[in-house]
Design a protein around this ligand. Structure first.
Ligand code: ZN
Ligand code: ZN
Length: 303
């Protein structure tokens, strides 16, 4: 913790304002996610899959420490981006980035030691053996939030590697210098939300933050607002449990889409990614409604 003599910009007129964004701390983020996946695996019929995701998250935490440091986004780029209300991380420029390529290779090599179903192993091998063009195809799909439904498994591994690189890159930014882009868009990288959370942390209690599916930045969003089209009208909430639900689908009648909203204020251990997979029952319920899932989770694309 550093002390400063500057007035706190988050306190305006004595009323504390929720910060626009929180940047990820990659190691603690992925470690907590691994623990959460392990916990959820204890009482789920998706147990083998959740255990694999726990191992993947642990590996993400480990590689966040052991890989060489990422080259931070330059100050000029950050300034230009802020002036143009653009995210400072240009994801499409990363498709051929050598550091991201190295992260993908390191991730796949280590992940090949995990126990996994034959289909997943085959997909992992395909990523390891992919030529430059195929790797660029995978990475550009992940970095543009367009993972093809029929190719979920190889994209899962590519996404996990991208998440490591992006969380480390986002961690080099200055949260205070980020500017809002528009509703439902990550101010660090322009990514889509995986889900959103009503926070329980002191100081931001009951404030809602969306979590980036790509770089894990969390950014402030109004409590009742569609993260797809920005409408504040025609929203309703559905859940599997009728009492004390800690996850609901925020459903928009304007654009016919929905995003999960987690109530960390009721359970502090909820993780925006792990609990999204853990609450796949809600996805099943929503599938019957015919509405489109807007939250992007590369670990759920095959479901
Ligand atoms: Zn992001
Ligand atoms: Zn909408």
């Amino acid at each position: 913790m550093s002390t400063t003599l500057q007035p706190d910009p988050s306190v305006i007129g004595g009323v504390p304002e929720a910060p626009l964004a929180f940047l990820p701390d990659p190691v603690s983020l992925f470690q907590a996610r691994a623990r959460r996946f392990s916990f959820l695996a204890e009482s789920s019929n998706l147990s083998p899959y959740l255990k694999l995701l726990a191992q993947i998250s642990s590996l993400q935490a480990r590689l966040s420490v052991t890989l060489p440091p990422v080259a931070p986004v330059t100050v000029e780029r950050r300034k230009e981006a802020a002036a143009a209300a653009m995210p400072p991380i240009n994801r499409m420029a990363l498709v051929a980035d050598p550091q991201l390529q190295a992260t993908l290779s390191a991730f796949c090599d280590e992940a090949s030691q995990f126990e996994m179903p034959a289909e997943a192993r085959e997909a992992l091998l395909a990523v390891q053996e992919a030529d430059d063009d195929a790797r660029r195809w995978l990475l550009s799909n992940v970095l543009s939030d367009t993972i093809p439904q029929d190719s979920a498994a190889p994209h899962l591994f590519a996404s996990a590697a991208v998440q490591i690189h992006m969380a480390r890159l986002a961690a080099t930014l200055d949260a205070g210098a980020l500017v809002p882009i528009r509703t439902g868009v990550c101010p660090s990288c322009g990514g889509l939300p995986v889900s959103s959370s009503v926070m329980g942390t002191q100081g931001i209690e009951n404030v809602r933050y969306a979590s980036c599916s790509c770089c894990a930045t969390q950014w402030n969003e109004v409590r009742v607002k569609c993260l797809s089209c920005g409408s504040t009208k025609g929203l309703s909430y559905r859940s599997v449990e009728t009492h004390e639900a800690t996850v609901k689908a925020e459903t928009c009648a304007e654009c016919n889409s929905w995003v999960k909203i987690f109530y960390q204020v009721k359970n502090a251990s909820l993780d925006p990614v792990a609990d999204d997979v853990g609450s796949v029952g809600l996805d099943m319920l929503m599938k019957e409604s015919g509405k489109r899932r807007h939250g992007l989770n590369p670990f759920l694309v095959g479901y």
